[in-house]
Design a protein around this ligand. Sequence first.
Ligand code: C5P
Length: 229
Amino acid sequence: MTTGLIAALDTTNPEQAMAWAREVAPHCGIIKLGLEFFLANGAAGVGLIDQRPVFLDLKLHDIPNTVAGAVRAVLPIRPAMLTLHAAGGAAMIRAARDAAEAAGEARPLLLAVTVLTSLDAEALHATGVAGGPRQQVMRLARLALDAGADGLVCSAHEVAMLRSAIGPGPVLVVPGIRPPGTDAGDQARVMTPAEAAAAGADWVVVGRPITTAASPAMAAEAISAELAA
Ligand code: C5P
């Protein structure tokens, strides 16, 4: 399967998001809207982006009953993908999956976030986790998939380890992607689209290399061509 492109449109401005969406839609499979867009614009704002299926990156993390309610609340938006924190535990993920089933075939894929890529070994240790980040990623990945998650959001540097451990079934979505020659910004450990594809990513998430490009359309087209090569 060819690795697909998810364009991350990180802004609170709905006009800006609509303009970017129009430009990149022909070159990407899914458009990702995050917490900042959702909190600023709500479900009505998400409804403005109708060129491609939407990945709602809300990273839900609460007690099972509350997360199930949050999943039910966003089902009318019909997101293709929705994120939640694996650290919320198996019961929370199961509750999210049960709630999502109400949408039948149109239900969102539930993607679990394991360890935030912003946490290094020391920061993770400070939260009370004894093992290193890779060990914790594996532990939470298995927990999430066993509890009903459809896939994982993982860093480019974990994708090969996860793919060989969990097999071809679960969906692996990989941010921290930088096309050759572009600025890494605040992403510490990056990979090119082709490298992430070779490591086993189903989808790569690309934000600023597209949204800050002189032509977002041309940037998205180039990444999509790199993925198809
Ligand atoms: O601009 P950039 O390509 O770095 O954007 C990456 C996108 O992926 C952002 O929307 C960011 O919130 C998201 N993301 C990430 N790392 C994670 C999970 C999500 O960069 N571990």
